[in-house]
Structure formats: structure tokens, C-alpha cells
Design a protein around this ligand. Structure first.
Ligand code: PLP
Length: 358
């Protein structure tokens, strides 16, 4: 199948095969990884190596901790203000899609949250320019979503926030292109797109944000708890983290993040070129300067044609092309593991579909 699922998303065949080989018995230990103790030396090695690899691929040499947490990226929407929003301070949010909006709503549940910029009125078509972002000097942090999964946009720059910690939800964009990760005080991502199967969320947090223990919070909700215990405070999802390890090795062995970007640009261009050459039959949801190389979103002239497009795509082995239920239309999620051939096949299918229906 040509898997364009938005998440959980495609995994590289090699990674699945590696996991399959080790599934019943891991590395000659007489049992599977799902049966071993998270305190075993085998898991401790996986835990440490996965953390190191992620920092290496993000280009972060020191000063950050990698945490493996539960609850998906959605739980981070709440744990961020719980840990960092102090009385008298505000959480600032750059709102560029429904996930950043959800993060903002959770901020308001916990304390005071303000909007630093929003492109909602423009139907998310074009991301705010750097000069349009207004940061309250009293902010405890600034939160942004680097790639907007549902809308199909990605930031081409990192907002300047001075001494105010910048926090990036990178669930659908992590490791898709090189970026200066050191500009972020915290990066987080649900694993289920570029990092592996669902079941674990990674949070990469700068040491100074971990120094203080927020004693007013339950122990499990404090980032400092997980940092101090190398993500072994409670039982981690061992198998999911092992899969993240395989995925990170796959990225590294395939040329690293720079090569991922090269491939992702080429892949997404195949589809964007068809949209742009279609004379308006396919209509991109996002202005060209804000387009995502991960999630490609577009509309057809009618909902009827969109339904037909999805139905025929399924008959041709394409999976996951229906847009998010909240917005409709078409969305092709071409994360790191999606091969060039899948995007080429999609581009060809689109040209053919237009010929028959345009
Ligand atoms: N943030 C972004 C950018 C996402 O794409 C998603 C899920 O697709 C989430 C947050 C929510 O992630 P989870 O389902 O892990 O809670």
C-alpha cells in the first residue's frame, strides 16, 4: 500500500523487518523486549542510546535532557503550563492550527494564556510573519507548532523570543529537516509520525527548565521527576521506545536530517507541482511560502469529487488521503518513511484523475 496516513503513520520496511527479527527473542536473551524488566541492562542500554541518538540528530550536544513520557503530545499541552506557568506570568501561544489552539486552550485551563499571533482569520493559509508575533514580556514561555498537521503548513523560520523560553510542538515535523534546535528551550513530539509507532511522547528539555522541582504538582506530572530518573521513574513503554531507537538509527543510516529534508522536498514537490499545474482543479489549502513538506493539503472543485477521489485512490492502493474530519478535502501525509515512489504514484494518479474528471 502507498501509506499516506497522518498518524500513526508509515514505517520504513527495513525498520519493521528489524523489529520482526527481534520480536520473539531480543538479541539472544531468551525472551522478547516486551517481557524484560525496564531495569534490565538491555533496556537501560536502549534507553540511554535512544536519548543520545535523538540529541545527536537534533544537533544538541549538551544542556538538554530527553524524556520519554506517556499521554501523547496532547498531555504535553497541559503539562507545559502546569510545570512552567507561574502566578503573575502568562503563557504565550502562536496559533497556527487546531493543535496549537488546543495547546492554548489547555494553557487557559491552568493559568493565564495569551495569543502572540494567530492566522485563524485567514483560514490558516499563510503563517504569521516574524514581525507580526507580539510577545508579552511577562511570558513564562512562548509555544508554537512548527508543522501544522491538519492544515498543512510549516514555519520557515524560528521566532526570536529573547530570554523567554521557546517551546515547539514538533509532533509532525521532527527530524524532517535540519533546524537550530538550540533556539528551543523545549521540543516535544508524539512518536507516531517521524519517530515510530504510537505509545511514547518525547520531550527534549533544556536543563535550566528542569532545575526547579514544581512541588505543587503530583510527582508524575513534573518534568523534573522524569529527568532525574532518566525516564525510568515508572514503567516506560519499552517496545515503543525500542521502535523509536530503530527509527532514529534508520534516519542516521540514511544520511541524517539533511538527507531527510532533501527527500521530503523532492517528494512533496511532486504533488505540489501537480496542484500548481492543474489550472485550479486542485486547490492548495496553504499559500506556497507556508506549505508543509510533511502534510500536503488540497481541495477539489466539489465535495462529491473529493469523495470520488478518495474512493478511487483506495481502489488504487493509496491509504489515508481523506483530509482531517474537521476540515475535509484531501491530505497526503508524506513523513520521512514515505518513499519517493509513493509520492510519484500519487502525482500520476492525480493527473489521471483530473483528465477523467476535470
Ligand atoms: N500536535 C500535533 C502537531 C499533532 O499533529 C498531533 C497529532 O496528530 C498532536 C499534537 C496530538 O498528538 P497525540 O495524539 O499524541 O496526543
Amino acid at each position: 500500500a502507498y501509506n499516506f496516513n497522518p498518524g500513526p503513520a508509515a514505517l520504513p520496511l527495513e525498520v519493521l523487518q528489524q523489529a520482526q527479527e527481534q520480536f520473539v527473542e531480543y538479541n539472544g536473551i531468551g525472551m522478547s523486549l516486551m517481557e524484560i524488566s525496564h531495569r534490565s541492562k538491555e533496556y537501560e542500554a536502549i534507553n540511554a542510546q535512544t536519548q543520545e541518538l535523538l540529541l545527536e540528530l537534533l544537533g544538541l550536544k549538551s544542556g538538554y535532557k530527553v524524556l520519554f513520557m506517556g499521554g501523547g503530545a496532547s498531555t504535553q499541552f497541559a503539562t507545559i503550563p502546569l510545570n512552567f506557568l507561574k502566578p503573575g506570568k502568562v503563557g504565550s501561544y502562536i496559533i497556527t492550527g487546531s493543535f496549537s489552539e488546543k495547546a492554548y486552550e489547555e494553557g487557559k485551563v491552568v493559568g493565564e494564556a495569551v495569543i502572540a499571533a494567530s492566522n485563524k482569520e485567514g483560514k490558516w493559509r499563510s503563517l504569521p510573519k516574524a514581525e507580526d508575533i507580539q510577545i508579552d514580556p511577562n511570558s513564562a514561555y512562548v509555544h508554537m507548532t512548527t508543522n501544522n498537521t491538519i492544515e498543512g503548513s510549516q514555519f520557515s523560520y524560528i521566532p526570536e523570543t529573547g530570554d523567554i523560553p521557546l517551546i515547539g510542538d514538533m509532533t509532525s515535523g521532527i527530524l524532517s529537516r535540519p533546524l537550530d534546535a538550540s533556539k528551543y528551550a523545549m521540543i516535544y513530539a508524539g512518536a507516531q509520525k517521524n519517530l515510530g509507532p504510537a505509545g511514547v511522547t518525547v520531550a527534549v528539555i533544556r536543563d535550566d527548565l528542569l532545575a526547579e522541582e514544581p512541588k505543587h504538582l503530583p510527582v508524575m506530572l513534573r518534568y523534573s521527576t522524569h529527568a532525574k530518573n532518566s525516564s525510568l521513574y515508572n514503567t516506560p513503554p519499552v517496545h515503543s521506545i525500542y521502535m523509536v531507537n530503530l527509527m532514529l538509527n534508520w534516519v542516521k543510516n540514511n544520511g541524517g536530517v539533511a538527507e531527510m529534508e532533501k527527500r521530503n522536498v523532492e517528494k512533496s514537490k511532486l504533488v505540489y507541482d501537480v496542484i500548481d499545474a492543474s489550472g485550479g482543479f486542485y486547490n492548495g489549502n496553504i499559500d506556497p511560502d507556508s506549505r508543509s513538506i510533511m502534510n500536503i493539503t488540497f481541495r477539489l472543485p466539489s465535495e462529491e469529487l473529493e469523495k470520488k477521489f478518495v474512493k478511487e485512490s483506495e481502489q488504487n492502493n493509496f491509504v489515508g488521503l481523506a483530509g482531517h474530519r474537521s476540515v475535509g478535502g484531501i491530505r497526503a501525509s508524506a513523513y520521512n518513511p514515505v518513499p519517493y515512489e509513493a509520492c510519484k504514484a500519487l502525482a500520476e494518479f492525480m493527473v489521471d484523475f483530473q483528465k477523467r474528471n476535470g
